[in-house]
Design a protein around this ligand. Structure first.
Ligand code: GUN
Length: 286
């Protein structure tokens, strides 16, 4: 049977370390790291995510501030708020929840956040730093993927990895992180030919296509490690819905290890956001 990689447990371990890092900063005479979350409008899913992020901050001793703005907020007013937060020394991390209302250019807004406070790691400066292996803040989900992988394979040198999906928020940054870790990386996408064969040759499969149960058992070689980033809501039994990953979980029990959905990558994302906030604060203090 494949080992189930317990994202919830690994996220809790990360939180313990983050709390200790916060306490160490405070012991050095610094203020506790501060995260500001901006939510524009009333998207119900975003409200749930923001609430979770704020609660997670409390849990590790990060100060959090929330700016809730009405859906009709102008782009200029949002940019003015971010400008103010960029210059506020008590704010170490800024996160503007997306999606934003249609009249606001999300790319422009995300680029207006200071790269040093961009705890999402979405700013082109941080993307550039990651792709050149020169530090910067790494996006939370890719960071979580690497933590989960390293819990099974501490040294990725020379491993063959396939990253399924080339999105800017998961596929490309994961590929860069794997390259930095000295893995040999293939990135595939919707127009890739021979995906099953590429997977069969890989020691590591990171599935981030958003295609439910795409990866089948016969695509996976014995002893491979699988990180499933996909999460799609599907109709389940008795009129309920169920969450499905990009991997047909029941068919991959000959793998060495696999993440479940839910309970794999998902819980890691907030833990990595907290770690990024502490890193941003430490960098700003230095
Ligand atoms: N909306 C859904 N996930 C995220 C995230 O990780 N960061 C931001 N800013 N918005 C999101």
């Amino acid at each position: 049977m494949a080992e189930i990689i317990d994202g919830r447990a690994i996220a809790r371990q990360m939180d313990v370390k983050t709390r200790a890092d916060v306490e160490a900063l405070v012991a050095e005479g610094h203020p506790a790291p501060g995260l500001t979350v901006i939510l524009v409008g009333e998207d119900p899913a975003s409200e749930v995510y923001v609430r979770r992020k704020i609660k997670a901050c409390e849990n590790v001793g990060i100060r959090s501030t929330e700016h809730r703005l009405p859906a009709e907020t102008s782009q200029d007013d949002l940019l003015a708020l971010i400008d103010r937060l960029n210059r506020d020394d008590d704010v170490h991390g800024i996160l503007c929840q997306v999606p934003l209302p249609g009249h606001i250019d999300a790319r422009l807004v995300l680029r207006s956040i200071s790269p040093d406070k961009d705890v999402d790691g979405f700013h082109p400066v941080n993307v550039g730093r990651l792709s050149t292996g020169t530090g910067g803040i790494v996006p939370c989900t890719p960071l979580g993927v690497m933590e989960l992988l390293r819990s099974v394979i501490p040294d990725l040198t020379g491993k063959s990895a396939v990253v399924i999906g080339k999105s800017n928020i998961v596929g490309k940054p994961v590929a860069n992180l794997l390259l930095d870790a000295e893995a040999t990386v293939t990135v595939t996408h919707i127009n890739t030919h021979g995906l099953p064969e590429i997977c069969r040759q890989s020691d590591i499969i990171v599935a981030a296509a958003g295609a439910p149960e795409l990866v089948r058992g016969h695509w996976v070689k014995d002893g491979a490690v699988i990180i499933d980033v996909g999460i799609t809501r599907m109709p389940g039994e008795h009129g309920k819905t169920r969450l499905v990953g990009d991997v047909k979980f029941d068919e991959v029990q000959h793998a060495r290890a696999v993440t479940p959905v839910p309970g794999g990558v998902g819980p890691m994302t907030i833990a990595c956001l907290l770690a990024n906030t502490v890193q941003a604060a430490r960098n700003l203090f230095e």
